[in-house]
Design a protein around this ligand. Structure first.
Ligand code: 5GP
Ligand code: ZN
Length: 112
C-alpha cells in the first residue's frame, strides 16, 4: 500500500515529529495553513473517520487527549481548531485518518 502517512509512521519518510506514543504520531504539516499546523494520526492505517468502528473508540479518544496535550505544549491551549476532513468532497487528500491541529491565527467560521 502506498500511503504517505504509513511511511511517516514507519520512519520510511521523514517528518518533523512533535509527539509520539504507542498508537499515535503527530508531526508538522508540510504545507502549513496557520502558524501552528500539526497533523495527528493513528499509527495504524485507517482510511478515514467513516472507516472507524466501535473498536477504535479508545484510539479516537486518545487522539483528542493527545491533541489537547500538544496544544498545551505548544502554548496554544487558549485557541486552536481540531478538524478532520472526511472524504474527498470534504477536502481529504490523504486517505489515512488525520486530524489537523491549527492555531496561531484567527479562525473563520464557517470554514470554506
Ligand atoms: P487533507 O487535505 O487530507 O485533510 O490533509 C492532508 C495534509 O497532509 C495536507 O495539509 C498536506 O499539506 C499534508 N501532507 C501531505 N503530504 C505530506 C507529507 O509528506 N508530509 C507532511 N508533513 N505533510 C503532508
Ligand atoms: Zn496509511
Amino acid at each position: 500500500m502506498d500511503c504517505i502517512f504509513c511511511k511517516i509512521a514507519s520512519g520510511e519518510t521523514e517528518a518533523s515529529i512533535i509527539y509520539e506514543d504507542e498508537d499515535i504520531l503527530a508531526f508538522k504539516d508540510l504545507n502549513p495553513q496557520a502558524p501552528t499546523h500539526i497533523l495527528i494520526i493513528p499509527k495504524k492505517h485507517i482510511e478515514s473517520l467513516s472507516a472507524c468502528s466501535q473498536e477504535d473508540s479508545a484510539l479516537l479518544g486518545n487522539i483528542q487527549t493527545a491533541a489537547a496535550k500538544i496544544a498545551k505544549e505548544l502554548n496554544v491551549s487558549e485557541a486552536f481548531r481540531l478538524v478532520t476532513n472526511n472524504g474527498a468532497k470534504a477536502g481529504q487528500s490523504v486517505k489515512h485518518l488525520h486530524y489537523h491541529l491549527l492555531a496561531g491565527r484567527r479562525m473563520m467560521w464557517p470554514p470554506g
